[in-house]
Design a protein around this ligand. Structure first.
Ligand code: SAM
Ligand code: SF4
Length: 334
């Protein structure tokens, strides 16, 4: 079989060296576009990866060429053994990063520093207290904002993620960019994506093009395009003279599949070869049966579809029966 001769490469020649590991499906927020108000049904702990299993699976990926691991969730920092997992993974020869809602960052910042974790992505969908608390259905505005300042002061590489939704926070795009004037952060505006249960409708979304029209008409020639990294999922910009930068992640209107290098491991140990793929490979059960998971990983990556898990067109992407076959974002690990 052809894939067995390859490293972690798919049939289109894309090399995969970036793994996102979801540590949990649980979360201390209930962002309405991600999580139902009542939370998600709790499943027995035994169905999820234990610390040693996370590390064993991660090691196999590193042996196969993975160079960067990002921890995500749910909220990765609500896990009781998050500190131990971060410490164990930091011993692997990878760049370690994390995506968090920011609430618990002050409790973990010494761990981040001591293991050399430098890149922290924090979700921030509004700069307004009431609005953020409405979107997240919880009241953590102050701790999130002070933890973002803590990360900035301690010179972390901070990316802020805002899902831009019509009539919700699309009026704040300029405020988000103004936040980059004094603060050295990379603010990323994410097009609203469809997942199981999030009542997606593209009418609620705001496109890359539409965002740039608003931005260009506010800043004119002060908008500077900056170079995108090799596997960047975002189109990167800066306002002349500002400390920080901003970007748009256009997964809906302008997907970045051609240069995709990422894989996802869910908290229950399933490999997803694409954020939008409906199929999964159960690595955890095989690991528990003492089987070699390498061939499973290679086969799964080899079978990766060219674009968005096979949803090539916006029409397919907009079809609820297509994305309801997929998990919700927090069960995938965003
Ligand atoms: N709890 C952490 C956080 O909020 O950053 C990590 C997990 S969260 C699922 C990861 C990212 O996915 C967040 O930036 C969130 O805004 C984004 N996200 C969740 N649902 C989304 C959707 N439907 N469309 C676009 N982005 C989404
Ligand atoms: Fe939790 Fe992150 Fe989903 Fe918000 S986006 S509900 S913080 S997992």
């Amino acid at each position: 079989m052809e894939y067995l001769n390859k490293n972690i490469t798919d049939s289109f020649g894309r090399e995969h060296d970036y793994l996102r590991i979801s540590l949990t499906e649980r979360c201390n927020l209930r962002c309405f576009y991600c999580m139902p108000a009542e939370g998600i049904p709790l499943r027995p702990r035994s169905e999820f990866m234990k610390k040693n299993e996370v590390v064993d699976i991660a090691k196999t990926f590193v042996d196969l060429g993975v160079k960067k691991i990002r921890l995500t969730g749910g909220e990765p920092l609500v896990r009781n053994d998050a500190k131990e997992i971060i410490e164990a993974l930091s011993l692997l020869p990878v760049e370690l990063a994390i995506t968090t809602n920011g609430i618990l960052v002050d409790k973990f910042i010494n761990t981040f520093t001591s293991v050399g974790l430098k890149s922290v992505n924090v979700s921030l969908d509004s700069l307004q207290r009431e609005k953020l608390n409405t979107i997240t259905r919880r009241n953590y505005f102050d701790s999130i904002m002070s933890n973002i300042q803590l990360l900035i002061k301690q010179n972390f590489h901070v990316k802020l993620n805002a899902v831009i939704m019509r009539g919700v926070n699309d009026d704040e795009v300029i405020d988000f960019i103004e936040f980059t004037k004094e603060n050295n952060v990379h603010f990323r505006f994410i097009e609203f994506m469809p997942f199981d249960g999030n009542k997606w409708n593209w009418k609620k979304g705001v496109s890359y093009k539409e965002m740039m029209t608003v931005i260009n008409s506010s800043y004119f020639d002060k908008v500077q395009r900056i170079e995108d990294g090799k596997n960047d999922t975002s189109k990167n910009y800066k306002i002349e003279g500002y400390n920080g930068t901003f970007a748009v992640i256009s997964s809906v209107t302008n997907p970045f599949c051609d240069s995709c290098n990422r894989l996802r491991l869910t908290a229950d140990g399933k490999l997803k070869n694409c954020l939008f793929s409906n199929s999964e490979t159960d690595l955890l059960s095989s690991l528990r049966h003492g089987e070699n998971i390498r061939p499973l990983i290679l086969e799964s990556v080899w079978n990766k579809k060219a674009r968005r898990g096979g949803m090539d067109t916006l029409a397919q992407f907009s079809n609820p029966t297509e994305h309801s076959k997929n998990r919700s974002m927090l069960a995938i690990g965003g």
